[in-house]
Design a protein. Structure first.
Length: 416
């Protein structure tokens, strides 16, 4: 959309405010279990190799949910898709608690997969912020919603001690406490959107652009559009590579620290520092993405990821400055890459199929991360955490190559 009327500007501001509130609660519910998920899986399965399976299931669930929620949003709007994602995620969080109580790995994994719908909804919220944004401020609008995750994402892992106290008072296994507390945050996020996300930004954007009402979605058409636009392919590689690298190392960090005797509070602090890097500096990433371009911002993200992985590879077991710095830079590199890649997707996707293509991008991102997460436990069990960090360097290398390829092509900004 080249210009916005005063009414649409007001709706855009209201939309961003609502998304900021819901994102904060959703991020709390999603991240509070990060520090304990691998430990709970290890205790139930008795295997370090299987400790990464919970995160793998959650990432895989997020990938599948991205596909399904995108189809729903394309037909019914952002509100219907986001609320559905949070409801499914809240149910999954409760099921994860039941898996811990029953000491059932299958139940825990199913719950984690459903919890992935929360991640899908949080990811889709960033796109909702761009539906009514002007072309030159899309990255900044997107980054504000990403930034809002800081509130819940930093608070979440630091509430692991409180969550353990809650679990004890409810006669639940201590490591299920974060999932129990997280359920509340997830459902509050869904309630906020259900009540306040009106009018629907995607539907209003289509009306303003006089795009016909979408009564069905076609993934064949989405694939065809992507095939015709190399910048969309580059954007997907940027997002998938950064997300896979981040998940691959983050999911094994609590176990790496636990092997060195670090207690759960210190592990929670490291994860908080990591998510601080992911979300707190997103407005800076958005400003630079709008100011210097999508490809240069993605290249900066790839560079930060490579530095992060090198530092993490040097971290000894337990608590160390290397693991704190490495995980912070890992989150920061993810932020730059994701903001740049997501904006590049929105710039180049036609409005009538934009939600489908955004969902396809998140599906690719999620599947890549799920594969990386599944391999992480095997790699750590075989060669150790330093080897995992060095092997993961292949992923930001791919991000850099994709960003370079995008820089060589003239940007295609879609008028909406």
């Amino acid at each position: 959309m080249s210009a916005l009327s005063h009414d649409l500007v007001a709706v855009q501001r209201h939309t961003v405010r609502v998304l900021v509130v819901s994102q904060a609660f959703g991020a709390l519910g999603m991240t509070i279990g990060f520090a304990t998920a691998a430990l709970l899986a290890r205790d139930i399965s008795g295997s370090d190799t299987q400790s990464g399976f919970v995160q793998t299931s959650q990432v895989l669930g997020a990938a599948v949910a991205s596909y399904l929620l995108a189809r729903l949003m394309s037909r019914r709007g952002r509100r219907a898709g986001l609320v559905t994602g949070y409801v499914i995620g809240g149910c999954g969080s409760l099921l994860a608690v039941a898996g811990g109580v029953a000491e059932s790995m299958p139940l825990l994994l199913v719950g984690a997969a459903m919890l992935g719908a929360t991640s899908a909804a949080n990811n889709s919220s960033r796109y909702a912020a761009t539906d009514l944004a002007a072309d030159g401020s899309r990255a900044r609008a997107l980054s504000i919603v990403v930034w809002a995750s800081t509130i819940g994402a930093v608070a979440g892992p630091n509430l692991t001690g409180f969550a353990a106290w809650v679990a004890r008072h409810l006669s639940l296994p201590e490591l299920t406490g974060p999932f129990a507390v997280g359920t509340v945050g997830i459902l509050v996020a869904g309630l906020v959107l259900f009540v306040a996300l009106r009018p629907d930004p995607l539907q209003l954007a289509r009306q303003a652009a006089e795009v016909p009402v979408v009564t069905h979605t076609s993934w064949r058409n989405a694939f065809a559009v992507v095939g015709e636009r190399p910048l969309l392919v580059a954007a997907m590689v940027i997002m998938a590579g950064a997300h896979a690298a981040m998940i691959m190392v983050m999911v094994m960090t609590p176990l790496h620290m636990a092997h060195g005797g670090a207690d759960i509070e210190i592990i929670g602090m490291v994860i908080s520092v990591h998510v601080l890097g992911m979300f707190a500096f997103a407005p800076l990433a958005g400003f630079l993405t709008d100011r210097v371009g999508r490809a240069p911002a993605a290249m900066a993200g790839a560079t930060l990821l490579l530095v992060a992985l090198t530092v993490a590879a040097a971290s000894p077991e337990g608590a160390s400055w290397q693991v704190f710095v490495g995980l912070f830079l890992l989150g920061l590199g993810w932020s730059f890459s994701t903001v740049a890649g997501s904006t590049l997707i929105t710039d180049n996707a036609p409005l009538e199929s934009r939600a489908d293509i955004q969902g396809l991008a998140d599906l690719v991102m999620g599947l890549s991360a799920a594969g990386a997460s599944a391999l992480s436990g095997v790699i750590v069990d075989t060669w150790g955490f330093p080897a995992l960090s060095l092997i993961a360097c292949l992923l930001p290398t791919a991000v850099g190559v994709a960003a370079y390829a995008a820089a060589r092509r003239a940007p295609v900004v879609v008028e909406a």
